[in-house]
Design a protein around this ligand. Structure first.
Ligand code: AMP
Length: 194
């Protein structure tokens, strides 16, 4: 499957200094959502550019009901329609612990954690040798705003997809290997709790 992360797409635009990247930056710094119109056009454009028959994994999109409805509407008649939605359950303290010690590669976007999965050489990506940095929006003030936005705008999607029978719940606690195994199982399951 092709991994399509809306946050990565915005960060790539910022690295390239595009107008879209600049526009998104102001929202991202504060931990707010980038306006729907911009985000929807960017993600749908990426989905429609996939080769026929290619599967995809959306990450970070949709973030609210308007985006979810746009996704369904735009992909309605295509083979691309969303089949499963994975709901990774993690307590809020754990989310904060993970994000506040997260490092990301500037070049390939690979993700590390200072305690749980540190890079072999400090500050350097194991995969591509790129520079690791702390995301500006992983700092405490932006993180608090992102959690607030999550509860008000994104959490309602759990019910939205549960009602449609597309939601699969996955326990996101434990290490990378265990959660990975649960996610693989969840993709083979018809809905409910994996
Ligand atoms: P992420 O990498 O998924 O944590 O996203 C980082 C930031 O990019 C978010 O806090 C938002 O500012 C912006 N962003 C990513 N995905 C979306 C989305 N689906 N809708 C609006 N803003 C988004």
């Amino acid at each position: 499957m092709v991994h399509i992360s809306s946050g990565d797409l915005f960060r790539q635009h910022q690295e390239r200094g595009t107008a879209l990247g600049l526009e998104a930056q102001a929202y991202m710094r504060k931990g707010r959502l980038v306006p729907d119109e911009i985000t929807i056009a960017m993600v749908i454009g990426k989905l429609l550019s996939l080769d026929g028959g290619q599967g995809y994994l959306l990450d970070g999109f949709p973030r609210n009901v308007v985006q979810a409805e746009a996704l369904d509407e735009k992909l309605q008649d295509k083979e691309l329609a969303v089949q499963r939605v994975l709901y990774l359950r993690v307590p809020e303290e754990e989310t904060i612990r993970r994000l506040s010690k997260r490092l990301v590669c500037r070049r390939c976007q690979d993700v590390y954690h200072l305690d749980n999965s540190p890079p072999k050489v400090p500050g350097v990506c194991d995969q591509c040798g790129g520079e690791l940095y702390r995301r500006e929006d992983d700092r405490p003030e932006a993180l608090a705003e992102r959690l607030r936005v999550y509860h008000s705008q994104t959490a309602p999607l759990v019910d939205y997809y549960r009602k449609q029978g597309r939601l699969v719940e996955v326990n996101g606690l434990d290490g990378v290997e265990e959660v990975h195994a649960r996610l693989v199982k969840a993709l083979q399951c018809d809905g409910g709790i994996a």
